[in-house]
Structures are given as structure tokens and as C-alpha cells.
Design a protein around this ligand. Structure first.
Ligand code: PMP
Length: 385
């Protein structure tokens, strides 16, 4: 038996990544997700999960998942269209559509799949997509898979977007943008983009993975900015602020019906377990009623920015994502490790995920003010080396 020669190539590639401080590996949690977690027997303050509201291990959401398993079983057994669409999912879709102020919605197992579903379901050859350069990787993959013509514009550059739209002769035009950019935390100029969609008869697809639950009293970035239009197709993920899993797409009924008929990542996959929908309904109850969680999160964001304004290069973010740009990947890895050793779990994000290495700090409603203050003190210490 000989080892495939390709394995040697893989090993060389991985060694190169290690040398360049770009090797990726995982840490294993021994506890549920939360503001405080246990990794290899050590309790850490967790400043890198997207569980913004601390709902991933919330008692009422966990209880709803358990009751959901008892009522609906574990597996869905089929795709939504064949035999895998349950009453609890129908109820969740209706509630999520109303929450987004849209007539209809569908759910998918992950946000990644939702992005593939919308873009490949709505556009193809002869059409064009217009995308912000720092959109999420899943949107980039979705565009490539769709075979539509891809036009990228510089980050939040509305004038550049207009030039591309004006020059396009494509049949269908789809503008694609993160509402809150996942590695920078800033908000896209959605009002201006919607105006351009009107002028150039385009649709506007908004990925609100990081605004849902956090902005607009929990309804997300569109509510925060007071925007609504049938031209907007809205997607939010449910594994971040909602603390569960999956994603939903909300739009006009005809758009949702079209996606159910055309989107392969929706049609050709086993539906998520129905207990996920049961947990999500409980999570929505908390998102709706427990406004104190959001207030605490926004207080932490303000506290963090005030504490570090004079000592770090902060980005213009008013969301839970607060990056600190660092000079190079080696520094990013070293600083992240120093924080880890001191009991603070903070992710170093490197190319190719981002062009400039950084710490991606994520604040959480379940932290205490004291814990946020301790993080800021430690950051000042490790960044002054
Ligand atoms: N869109 C954005 C902007 C994201 O940040 C992410 C997750 N990192 C996704 C989509 C994918 O969502 P999911 O994790 O549910 O697949």
C-alpha cells in the first residue's frame, strides 16, 4: 500500500501555513456555549462566539428543544417538499415572516445554505449580481454557483454600485449585501442601496446574520433603519443572536414560492430536525420580551469603545462585533494567545478571511460590566507589549 502523492502536497501546504501563522485549528469546549466556557478544564471568558444575547444555553430555549424532541422526535426524515415539513416549522415561518414585516418566509438548516438558495434560486446565466467586496464568503460562493455575471464594488461604495447598475444590460439584477459586516461590524448603506434598486429595477438581497436580535429592537437592521420594500429579500441566521441553528428567508409570497420551486439548496436537502423550530419559537419569545438583554449588550458595546478609544484602532461599529486591527498575522496570533493564557478567549482573524489581520472581539449580553472592564484592561496590557 502506498500513500497517495497528493497527501504530500497537502502536508507541504499545511506546513507552509504553520510557518506563515495561517494554520487553522480548533479548540474543544467542555461546556455549553456562553459568556463563560470551559476549554481543556479551564474556565474562560468568551469574547468570540456570536451568541450575542446569551441564548444558546437559555433554560427556556433548552426546555423547548427537549419538549420539541419529545413531541416531534429527532429526525425530519425528508426534505421540506417531500415529507419533512412539520406544523411547528410552519408556525415558525409565519412568526418569522411577521417579525421581519414580510408576507412569507422559509427556513433552512444554515445561513450558508440560505445564501446559496437565494442567489442560485433567483439568478442564473444572463443575469447579474452586484456585491460588496467584503460580503460574507457564503455569498461569494453563492454568486459563483449561480453562474450570473459577478460585479463587485468597493466596500459600501454606493457611487460605484450605481455605475455598475447603470452600465448593466442583464435581465435580472440582484444587489447582494451583508447588513452588518461580519468581520468589521459596520452597517451597510441600505437606504441608498434600496433607492438604487428602485431606480435600476433590481432586487436587494440583505444578509442580516449579525443584525437580527441585536438591532431594531431585535427585528434586525431593516427595522433599525426604518426600511421596507417588496424589492428587499431578507435573510437572517438563527444560530447567532437567536442561539439555536439555521436561517430564514423572508420576502413577498411570490418570491418565497419561487424559491421553494427553484432553490436546490432548499429542495435537495433533508429538512432540519423539527425540534429546532420548537427551540426557535422559545428563542423568539425571549428576543421579543427580554429587552433588558439587548440593553445590556449595547451598554457593553459603549463601555468597550469608551475604554479603548484612545489606545486602539477601533472600527466604526455600533454592533456586537468590535474588531481591533493589528499590524501583522504574527502579532494577531501572539496577542490572541496571550489573552487566552490570561483567561480571555478572543479570536485572531487572518487572511484570507480578512485582508488585514485583527482581533474580532464579540460582546455578549451575558457578560457582566466587570468582565467587560477586565477584558479592556487586559487588552491594554497585551497590546502595549
Ligand atoms: N452570513 C454571514 C454574514 C455570516 O457571518 C455567516 C456565519 N459566519 C453566515 C452567513 C452563515 O451562517 P451559518 O453559520 O448559519 O451557516
Amino acid at each position: 500500500m502506498s500513500t497517495p502523492s497528493l497527501f504530500q502536497e497537502f502536508a507541504v501546504d499545511l506546513a507552509e501555513r504553520k510557518n506563515n501563522h495561517l494554520y487553522r485549528s480548533r479548540r474543544v469546549l467542555d461546556s455549553p456555549q456562553g459568556a463563560r466556557v470551559t476549554v481543556a478544564g479551564r474556565e474562560l471568558l468568551n469574547f468570540c462566539s456570536n451568541d450575542y444575547l446569551g441564548l444558546a444555553n437559555h433554560p427556556s430555549v433548552v426546555a423547548a428543544a427537549q419538549a420539541g424532541a419529545a413531541r416531534w422526535g429527532v429526525g425530519s426524515g425528508a426534505s421540506h417538499l417531500v415529507a419533512g415539513h412539520f406544523a411547528v416549522e410552519q408556525a415558525l415561518e409565519e412568526r418569522l415572516a411577521a417579525w421581519a414585516g414580510k408576507p412569507a418566509a422559509i427556513t433552512l438548516s444554515t445561513g450558508y445554505m440560505a445564501n446559496l438558495a437565494v442567489v442560485t434560486g433567483l439568478v442564473g446565466r444572463g443575469d447579474a449580481v452586484f456585491a460588496d467586496k467584503i460580503n460574507h464568503a457564503s455569498l461569494n460562493d453563492a454568486m459563483a454557483l449561480s453562474r450570473a455575471e459577478v460585479k463587485r464594488f468597493a466596500h459600501s461604495d454606493v457611487a460605484a454600485l450605481e455605475r455598475l447598475l447603470a452600465a448593466s444590460t442583464a435581465k435580472r439584477k440582484l444587489i447582494i449585501v451583508d447588513a452588518v459586516f461580519s468581520m468589521d461590524g459596520d452597517i451597510a448603506p441600505l437606504a441608498e442601496m434600496l433607492a438604487l434598486a428602485e431606480t435600476y429595477d433590481a432586487l436587494l438581497y440583505i444578509d442580516d446574520a449579525h443584525g437580527f436580535g441585536v438591532l431594531g429592537d431585535g427585528r434586525g437592521t431593516l427595522a433599525e433603519l426604518g426600511l421596507a420594500s417588496p424589492r428587499i429579500i431578507y435573510m437572517a441566521t438563527l444560530g447567532k443572536a437567536a442561539g439555536v441553528a439555521g436561517a430564514y428567508i423572508a420576502a413577498e409570497q411570490v418570491v418565497i414560492d419561487y424559491l421553494i420551486n427553484t432553490a436546490k439548496p432548499y429542495i435537495y436537502t433533508t429538512a432540519a430536525p423539527p425540534l429546532i423550530a420548537a427551540a426557535m419559537l422559545a428563542s423568539l419569545d425571549v428576543i421579543e420580551s427580554d429587552t433588558a438583554r439587548r440593553e445590556t449588550l449595547h451598554r457593553h458595546i459603549a463601555q468597550f469603545r469608551a475604554a479603548l478609544a484612545n489606545s486602539c484602532e477601533l472600527l466604526p461599529s455600533r454592533t456586537a462585533i468590535q474588531p481591533i486591527i493589528l499590524p501583522d498575522v504574527e502579532t494577531a496570533v501572539k496577542v490572541s494567545q496571550a489573552l487566552f493564557d490570561a483567561g480571555f478567549w478572543v479570536a485572531a482573524i487572518r487572511p484570507p478571511t480578512v485582508p488585514t489581520p485583527r482581533l474580532r472581539l464579540v460582546l455578549n449580553a451575558a457578560h457582566t460590566d466587570k468582565e467587560v472592564a477586565a477584558l479592556c484592561n487586559m487588552l491594554q496590557l497585551v497590546l502595549s507589549y
